[in-house]
Design a protein around this ligand. Structure first.
Ligand SMILES: Nc1nc2c(ncn2[C@@H]2O[C@H](COP(=O)(O)OP(=O)(O)OP(=O)(O)O)[C@@H](O)[C@H]2O)c(=O)[nH]1
Ligand SMILES: [Mg+2]
Length: 348
């Protein structure tokens, strides 16, 4: 590990910082705000984002729960709806089992009563995904972002920067995707939009760029300047590309050399349209990196949306934390996950 780190020093050009004048000005004045981000409007955007899933899932259920007897045929139909909404076999069975228990316990007899019962059971399943997330425990608090190609890592970083800035925190970005030519520019654009610094590496033809080096420098820059949060981008990779999975393990190890204990959060970004494959991605990235939290993006693009339940059903004892969900491409379309709010937006 140490040798790898030393060789990176030889093989790479110095990193540089890209900062707009506005960012410099913003940094020199400490912006403290107790108010935090305003939740107003997000429930509306969440509802709007989930409209396709609601139409598909919610409306099927409404048909099913129109009235009549609660019998095996109804449970079977419900099973089909859940399975075809990407809920996955484990979560579907868990939900049905808990629903049957609730029906018995509460003495429900009419199908019309099932809608509310199912909502409650779903909230119970999803609630454990909401876990405390305290970025003040370390300074800087280093967040590494990982995931397969095109899931929304870089976009989520841009939105997260906005989210943390609204909480009065100082943020810098590390352009750790040195693989794709346009990745650096994409992150720089998010930096400009948020008026924050981006640590990048010059593209030098013939010189192999090193993602670990960029993030290492970003952590050191954050330490030197008393920055609260480092958001580190990484290149997309398939879980089957074993050399790239090894590479990202190295990135994580090198971050710990810049600051023992870092990264403090490893966020895996998942695309809600991936369906059951998301569960596989969680397992593979967790094996490689000890993922501490998830971001589920593009919930606005899916007609299914059950993948959250699938992940929860996979880890009934110790589910991963679902930190944020993305429901659109706008700067404010990423928010902390709230199980109750989510289920409400899925049904009504
Ligand atoms: N509709 C919608 N689009 C999103 C969301 N999040 C990201 N996107 C879009 O998804 C596309 C890919 O996003 P990127 O952020 O570049 O994804 P990435 O994971 O960084 O991609 P690579 O770096 O190439 O692996 C972009 O067009 C984003 O605008 C979301 O929540 N909703
Ligand atoms: Mg990217």
């Amino acid at each position: 590990m140490f040798n790898l780190f030393k060789s990176k020093k030889k093989s790479t050009e110095p990193t540089r910082e890209v900062k707009s004048e506005a960012a410099a000005a913003a940094e020199s004045v400490s912006v403290e705000s107790e108010s935090g981000p305003k939740p107003i409007g997000f429930t509306g955007r969440l509802r709007q984002g989930l409209s396709r899933a609601r139409q598909n899932f919610g409306h099927q259920l409404t048909g099913l729960f129109g009235g009549g007897k609660i019998d095996d045929a109804l449970y079977e139909e419900l099973e089909t709806i859940l399975l075809t909404s990407d809920t996955g076999v484990d979560a579907t069975h868990l939900l049905l089992e808990n629903l049957r228990k609730k029906v018995k316990r509460d003495g429900l007899t009419d199908a019309a009563q099932l809608k509310e019962a199912l909502q409650e059971i779903l909230i119970e399943l999803l609630e454990p995904l909401v876990q405390p997330f305290d970025t003040t425990l370390n300074k800087p608090f280093v967040i590494m972002i990982a995931g397969v190609n095109g899931v929304g890592k870089t976009t989520s970083i841009g939105k997260l920067a906005n989210y943390f800035k609204l909480q009065g925190k100082s943020v810098i970005l590390a352009a750790g995707d040195t693989f794709r030519a346009a990745a650096r520019e994409q992150l720089m654009a998010w930096g400009e939009r948020n008026d924050i610094a981006v640590i990048t590496q010059e593209n030098v033809p013939g010189v192999k760029s090193d993602p670990a080096a960029v993030i290492f420098d970003a952590v050191n820059a954050a330490k030197a300047r008393g920055i609260d949060i480092v958001l580190a981008d990484t290149a997309g990779r398939l879980t089957t590309q074993l050399h790239l999975m090894e590479e990202i393990k190295k990135v994580k190890r090198v971050i710990a050399k810049a600051m023992p204990g870092a990264p403090h959060e490893v966020l895996l970004v998942l695309d809600a349209n991936t369906g059951q494959n998301a569960v596989t991605q969680v397992k593979a990235f967790d094996d490689a990196l000890d993922v501490t939290g998830l971001i589920l993006t593009k919930l606005d693009g899916t007609a299914k949306g059950g993948v959250i339940a699938a992940i929860a059903g996979q880890y009934p004892q110790d589910p991963p934390a679902l930190r944020f969900i993305g429901v659109g491409e706008g700067l404010e379309d990423l928010r902390p996950f709230d199980a109750r709010e989510f289920v409400a937006a899925l049904f009504d």
